[in-house]
Write a protein that binds this ligand. Structure first.
Ligand code: GTP
Ligand code: MG
Length: 195
């Protein structure tokens, strides 16, 4: 994918605030602090398009980014962070559900998991819900820079087994050294027809 430009469009917690659905869209979901915002920055070759933070629960609204006037990339708030005030954690589920249900131009959902933590209960719940929204998951395990190369091969087989997926189908990613970037763009373009 050739990145001509990437820009923040808007942030929303209600469908009335979403940009018009006139371009294909890819959304990024995952546990809080898993590395969603970093992954988007890596994909578009920008260090600071999306805010990255050491504090989990940093991204709390749905953030839309315009890529090349061709598609939207959407950073979703992370789930599973216990310290988010009650009031906010109660709005998280409905906010994301509404987005996944209503967003007609959503081409695929990138599900980001931590390669070392693997598939946790919250992740499992999301993965099980995706087909009910008529969506396809693109499975990405990030922070693979934290594993040695032999360990990566073993872990890939283990995770594929657990998911009942083809090992080649899951993307191993690192925002530190760009591992998996090409493969992820390829998967995205399979769904958007762009790139
Ligand atoms: N080693 C390593 N660290 C990473 C990677 N990706 C993200 N991180 C670190 O993980 C922390 C969280 O990254 P974010 O990108 O802000 O995570 P997020 O999923 O957007 O977090 P929320 O917005 O809170 O849900 C930061 O300290 C990042 O530097 C990676 O591929 N490798
Ligand atoms: Mg974030």
């Amino acid at each position: 994918m050739k990145i001509k430009f990437a820009e923040f469009v808007t942030s929303a917690d209600d469908p009335r605030q979403y940009p018009p659905p006139h371009r294909p869209e890819i959304a990024f979901a995952g546990r809080s602090n898993v590395g969603k915002s970093s992954l988007i920055n890596t994909l578009v070759h920008r260090h600071n398009l999306v805010d990255v933070s050491k504090t989990p629960g940093h991204t709390r609204r749905i953030n839309f980014f315009n890529l090349n006037d061709e598609m939207y990339l959407v950073d979703l708030p992370g789930y599973g962070y216990a310290d988010v005030p009650d009031e906010e954690s109660q709005t998280w589920g409905p906010m994301i559900d509404t987005y996944l249900q209503r967003r007609s131009n959503l081409a695929a959902l990138v599900c980001i998991l931590d390669v070392r933590r693997g598939i946790e209960r919250d992740d499992q719940q999301l993965l099980e819900a995706i087909p009910h929204f008529g969506l396809h998951p693109i499975l990405v395990f990030t922070k693979v820079d934290k594993l040695g190369s032999q360990e990566r091969d073993r872990r890939r087989r283990e995770l594929a087994d657990e998911l009942g997926a083809d090992p080649d189908e899951i993307v191993f990613f690192s925002s530190q050294d760009d591992t998996g970037k090409k493969q992820l763009w390829k998967r995205i373009s399979d769904f958007t027809g762009i790139g």
